[in-house]
Design a protein around this ligand. Structure first.
Ligand SMILES: Cc1cc2nc3c(=O)[nH]c(=O)nc-3n(C[C@H](O)[C@H](O)[C@H](O)COP(=O)(O)OP(=O)(O)OC[C@H]3O[C@@H](n4cnc5c(N)ncnc54)[C@H](O)[C@@H]3O)c2cc1C
Length: 467
């Protein structure tokens, strides 16, 4: 692969001349605003920020970069937590936030087509206003972009029943590394026409092409929802209950869990007692949905029976939206609650086969205890995706710097032993890169490198990410 170059002032002036001066910024304050993502573990101000307003301008930017061999880092809303949208090692940020037009809701074909900078919450609203439903719901849905969701293959709480972003992308337009625009997929529901290049793009984290338009599949909106909070003495009992639900043929729309430390963090943060009292060592939060009250009611009855069988300490149910929001408060506040308790946190987003969640959490707790770090786990019980948080608390700087990588390494080893993977939904970016080759067979990494070379022979697209 040829060596990459940094554009000089004349090259930036040529790009600004082609796109318009307001599209290209070299200002220090702008570059600083694009120096991090939400992982906040990396800080690299890019050489410049380019913010096009159309797919053609994205293509022109890439053609310019290809001609000069300039590295380009596509960026949506910057809410990623793996360092994927940070110009590590230098580069030009290609900000997609100005491509934010909702182009069409096709109620006959049940699709929505939009540009990549549309915030995910808007897609939910536009669909729901028409009695339709776009299920993927990353917890960052109010700020992340659909382009970023597709680029990472983002998940969310509803994955247990409805799957992730990957399951809803029917078509996309891409700007390739040489600036050419290419249509992949379509509104066709079925497609057995050659290799699934669209599938390759989903989760490629800006390393194979830049998404400039997406067509998403929509579903009819379930008319009724109910939320339940079940508390248990420990996580093993909670996990058995989730398996029990699936065995009883109840597939909740959402099945989240919280461990003892996250419950304590939420209690501290909210400043009030939480369901189950001091005996609660784990929560399972469920959302049930269906077309009418009777369908939801039937599921609630089965949940009640499973909860009793698995000795739930408490079961709280809420059917009106206000009560549901209150039940979810403890889960929704967790990001802030953990940060308020310990501003520095080492995070992992591992996934294991769902029945192995208690073993993984047990292993994480043991690693934390041995290395003097508080381990807090929460996440998606229904799909085995565990958000591991290792809290620094008062640990001295040198001890934290030395112990965190050791702890993460061991968390990854435990995940691998249990048949899991290093990322369930956040992607590899830069921060998980050391683990990719540990989990995947060498031959599949080699094939991935071949795919990267086929799409981006000069290696200008998001260099240093994923592989
Ligand atoms: C509080 C919080 C909660 C979160 N909860 C979840 C969750 O529940 N589930 C989940 O999956 N994630 C979650 N995330 C992570 C993050 O929000 C998602 O990964 C999201 O998909 C990133 O979207 P973005 O627009 O911010 O992308 P960015 O952070 O800007 O970029 C992410 C990656 O996508 C690439 N990219 C972005 N746009 C494009 C494009 N148009 N074309 C090509 N490549 C592109 C970038 O190069 C980068 O590699 C959470 C983050 C936070 C801060």
């Amino acid at each position: 692969m040829a060596e990459l170059c940094a554009p000089d002032a004349a090259a930036f002036a040529a790009l600004a001349g082609r796109l318009g001066a307001d599209r290209v910024s070299l200002a220090v304050d702008t570059r600083e605003r694009y120096a991090e993502d939400e992982s906040t573990r990396l800080h690299c101000a890019p050489w410049a920020v380019v913010r096009p307003r159309s797919a053609e301008e994205v293509g022109a930017t890439l053609a310019w970069a290809a001609a000069g061999r300039f590295p380009v880092v596509p960026r949506g809303a910057g809410t990623g937590v793996a360092g994927g949208a940070v110009a590590v090692g230098g580069g030009v940020i290609l900000g997609l936030e100005r491509l934010d037009r909702l182009l069409e809701v096709d109620e006959d074909n049940l699709t929505l087509t939009c540009e990549p900078g549309v915030v995910t919450a808007r897609i939910h609203q536009e669909a729901e206003a028409r009695g339709l439903f776009y299920p993927p719901d990353p917890a960052s849905f109010e700020s992340c972009s659909i382009g970023g969701n597709v680029a990472v293959g983002a998940g969310g709480a509803r994955a247990v029943k409805y799957g992730t972003t990957r399951d809803y992308v029917l078509g996309a337009e891409l700007a390739l590394a040489d600036g050419t625009l290419l249509e992949l997929g379509s509104k066709n529901v079925k497609d057995a026409t050659g290799y699934h290049l669209l599938g390759l793009m989903i989760g490629s984290e800006g390393t194979l092409g830049v998404i400039t338009r997406v067509t998403l599949r929509l579903l009819p909106l379930p008319r009724r929802r109910a939320a339940l909070l079940l508390s248990f003495a420990d996580l093993a009992a909670a996990a058995r209950a989730v398996t029990g639900l699936l065995r009883a043929r109840v597939v909740p729309a959402v099945a989240e869990f919280m461990d003892d430390v996250t419950i304590a963090a939420a209690r501290r943060y909210l400043g009030r007692d939480l369901p189950g009292g001091a005996a609660a060592g784990a929560y399972v939060l469920l959302e049930l949905d269906g077309d009418d009250a009777a369908a939801v009611e039937r599921q609630m009855v089965r949940v009640g029976a499973v909860a009793e069988e698995h000795r739930a300490l408490d079961v709280l149910a809420a059917e009106d939206p206000g009560q549901q929001a209150r039940l979810w408060e403890s889960r929704r506040c967790l990001g802030e609650a953990l940060r308020a308790w310990s501003p520095e946190i080492g995070k992992a987003d591992v996934v294991v086969p769902r029945a192995r969640v208690p073993e993984l959490v047990g292993a994480v707790k043991a690693i934390g205890a041995e290395l003097g770090l508080t381990a807090a786990c929460f996440g998606h019980a229904g799909d085995g995706n565990v958000h591991v948080n290792l809290l620094r608390h008062q640990l001295a700087d040198d001890a934290w710097q030395a112990r965190l990588p050791r702890a993460m390494d061991r968390v990854m080893d435990a995940t691998r032993r249990l048949g899991g993977l290093p990322s369930g939904e956040h992607g590899i970016g830069v921060l998980k890169k050391p683990y990719l080759e540990r989990f995947l067979p060498p031959r599949s990494v080699e094939l991935m490198r071949g795919i990267k070379a086929a799409f981006d022979p000069q290696g200008i697209l998001n260099p240093g990410k994923v592989l």
